[in-house]
Design a protein. Structure first.
Ligand code: 9MJ
Length: 692
């Protein structure tokens, strides 16, 4: 069936726009259009292609989303074999390499292309008259697996070459890899969903490319860098490797931005050290650098030994994974109460850093890895992430080991450890009572929008907790000037610092007097400030305000059960559970009683349950992403102004706040002719109606 000319033109335009967007994003690192716009263009093209079968084309961006699964991969013979690289681990080996080249070429100071050595999967991409037709893994170098359908899903790989004069035949070699951030994100998600995380980015790349179902590959965040050539027909090669890389970039391939040129063994070693120093900061894993003689005529003069070129060398970094043994498994309590199991290890040097601890993340991960004390494990460190245990070496497990179980009580304060439904993190429920959470809780308590204790900064709070002067927020109100002066002296002793004033024989206490006065002033507060200051999870300023109004006084709130809390505007089941759980905890009740006993007070009044405020009687629906506030906070603030925040749009809706990428609710609001606010208008309204 013929395709109308206008449709064909639109489809071609969409393809060009989408491929341009890919190129800007993956090759030039200069994104041109927002993700939402990209998705909209892609959906439009998909719709056109579905309607007009004749538009189908293997190099359409729609084909990147993944074709049907294969039974098995076909075999591809590489027209030119894919090379392997000789390895060097020492400076001397690099000097010997340069000496061989000087001798072999007669050039006393040959120039090298220097490149990071990506730790991914080597592949070959075949283009015929500019179209991507086949891609294969390296395999044994002579033939590999046909992974064309999977490679099509990688947006960094052009489906069609850019430019006017395209070669009849072009084979490009390079590395498929998984960027580190994408790897971390992928694993965090996998752990959250109780799925198996990837061992490392390299396995992530290799495993993803070996999927028989390209739809799975399409969901993996893979990228590509080009670094070499195979068979070429109809392209006049420039005389140097570095120029060839520039040419590949013009055809639309990403080339590692760290690639450069250097000469002499000292130049190569300088590059090695420079890249090594930046290794942890690079967005991808590398396992070394590669040196390649830049002039092709000199490469030819050097030739090969077996399948490795004598004109190139991989200079490897120390491994990022090492094996060691687990001496103990402890749990750490973070400042927010999160409980993290940690493996204590026999010290092992991993890529230049001695590692003695590695995170086991959470209970699910421990379960999956089944790490036990006495096990030999593989630990990995990469970038600035905390070293982690990747897996257990099963056949090295000693006899009579026991499975690790997460403790039921907090190792620091003895409070119950709880894991909320649908959450992977276990938390200490001790809150203010738990020393691990104390400093954090006190800093929040004293902050400007909470109790507003001027001058009580992080350092002072940490010292107070450290020196055992303060255990709960109520203890703050028992401190006097002498306590602060003593604290300063003990902190100075501990840190080995001697303040001028002490040396001069006098004690400066003005600051302590000011602090005590600020603490005293904060005794006179409001219920909403107090509720916010207590640091109940998910109770921000707006929720605290709503609760204070709704209950009017503290005691009825402390006594409220979940069902009573659910009646409060904008309190859902999760928040209701958190509030009730907080006040059920005896420690928290004790702290509140102690605060009252030390003279902290606030006005109380009758409950105000009928909504009032500028939005009283209005029903508001929030949809799409709100970048400034987030939907929950926006909802709480609207509720504080008297609005009822609803989940779906109906004729009763007063107005809809539509954020980024709003969907069906916005459509419905438009259909019903309901007033629509954007985020800017909402912010303006909140700013002018909420007290600062
Ligand atoms: C990697 N893995 O980054 C080569 N490689 O050249 C670079 N690998 C290579 N070059 C010839 N940058 C064979 C392999």
């Amino acid at each position: 069936m013929a395709v109308p000319a206008a449709v064909a033109k639109r489809a071609a335009g969409l393809r060009r726009k989408l491929e341009d967007a890919n190129h800007r994003y993956y090759v030039l690192d200069d994104p041109a259009i927002p993700d939402a716009e990209y998705d909209a263009l892609l959906r439009e093209l998909e719709a056109l292609e579905a309607e007009h079968q004749a538009l189908a084309s293997a190099d359409s961006p729609t084909q990147r989303v993944g074709a049907r699964p294969l039974q098995e991969f076909g075999e591809v013979r590489h027209a030119l074999p894919m090379l392997s690289l000789g390895n060097a681990f020492s400076e001397q080996e690099v000097r010997d390499f340069v000496a061989r080249i000087v001798a072999g070429t007669g050039d006393g100071d040959p120039v090298f292309s220097v490149e990071p050595k990506l730790d991914g999967l080597a592949i070959s991409l075949r283009y015929e008259r500019g179209q991507f037709v086949r891609g294969a893994t390296r395999g044994d170098g002579a033939s590999g697996e046909d992974v064309t359908a999977n490679l099509r899903t990688i947006k960094a790989i052009p489906l069609r070459l850019r430019g006017e004069q395209l070669p009849a035949e072009l084979e490009v070699r390079g590395e498929v890899y998984m960027p580190r951030a994408a790897f971390e994100k992928f694993n965090a998600r996998a752990r959250e969903h109780g799925e198996k995380p990837l061992a490392n980015p390299r396995n992530g790349a290799a495993g993803s490319l070996r999927q028989l179902d390209p739809r799975i590959t399409a969901k993996r965040p893979l990228a590509f860098f080009a670094y070499g050539l195979g068979a070429v027909e109809g392209w006049k090669l420039p005389p140097r490797h570095s120029q060839m890389l520039a040419g590949l970039r013009e055809f639309g391939f990403p080339v590692a931005p760290e690639a450069g040129a250097a000469n002499g063994a000292d130049g190569l070693l300088e590059y090695y050290r420079a890249i090594g120093g930046r290794r942890d900061a690079l967005p991808y894993d590398i396992d070394g650098v590669v040196y390649k003689l830049d002039r092709f005529d000199q490469q030819n003069a050097m030739g090969f030994v077996s399948r490795a070129p004598r004109w190139a060398l991989a200079h490897k970094f120390p491994a990022q994974e090492q094996s060691t043994t687990v001496e103990a498994i402890d749990v750490q309590v973070g400042r927010t109460g999160a409980i993290t199991p940690v493996a204590r290890l026999a010290p092992v040097n991993v890529a230049g850093v001695v590692v003695t601890n590695a995170t086991l993340h959470n209970a699910d991960q421990i379960e999956r890895l089944d790490v036990r004390v006495g096990d030999t494990v593989i630990v990995r460190r990469a970038g600035d992430v905390i070293p982690e245990v990747v897996r257990v070496v099963d056949d090295k497990r000693p006899a009579r080991t026991v499975r690790f179980a997460m403790p039921a009580t907090c190792p620091i304060c003895g409070s119950r450890v709880a894991r909320e439904e649908g959450e992977v993190v276990s938390r200490c429920t001790g809150g203010l009572f738990c020393p691990a959470q104390r400093a954090q809780a006190l800093i929040h308590f004293a902050s400007r929008r909470a109790m507003d204790i001027e001058g009580l900064g992080d350092r002072i709070v940490e010292d107070l907790v450290d020196l055992g002067l303060v255990r709960t927020v109520a203890d703050l109100y028992r401190l006097d000037v002498a306590d602060f002066v003593a604290m300063r002296r003990r902190a100075d002793e501990r840190d080995g610092t001697v303040p001028e004033t002490v040396k001069a024989g006098k004690v400066a206490s003005k600051w302590a007097e000011n602090l005590v006065a600020a603490i005293d002033r904060s005794r006179n507060t409001t219920l909403e400030r107090l509720l916010f200051a207590l640091g109940i999870r998910d109770i921000g300023e707006s929720s605290a305000k709503t609760l204070a109004k709704y209950f009017g006084a503290l005691d009825p709130l402390v006594a409220a059960d979940e069902s009573a809390l659910l009646e409060v505007p904008d309190v859902g089941p999760i928040v209701a559970g958190r509030i009730a759980g907080f006040f059920r905890e005896p420690h928290n009740r004790e702290v509140i009683a102690a605060l009252r006993a030390t003279g902290v007070h606030w006005p109380e009044g009758p409950p105000q349950r009928s909504a009032e405020g500028p939005l009283a009687g209005k029903t508001v629906v929030l949809t799409g992403a709100l970048s400034e506030l987030g939907r929950d906070e926006a909802g709480a603030q609207l509720a504080a102004l008297g609005a009822k925040v609803a989940g779906s749009v109906s004729k009763k809706t007063s107005f809809v706040v539509a954020g980024e990428a709003a969907g069906s609710k916005l459509d419905k609001a438009r259909q019903l002719g309901i007033e629509i606010w954007d985020e800017a208008r909402l912010l303006e309204f909140l700013r002018s109606n909420l007290a600062p």
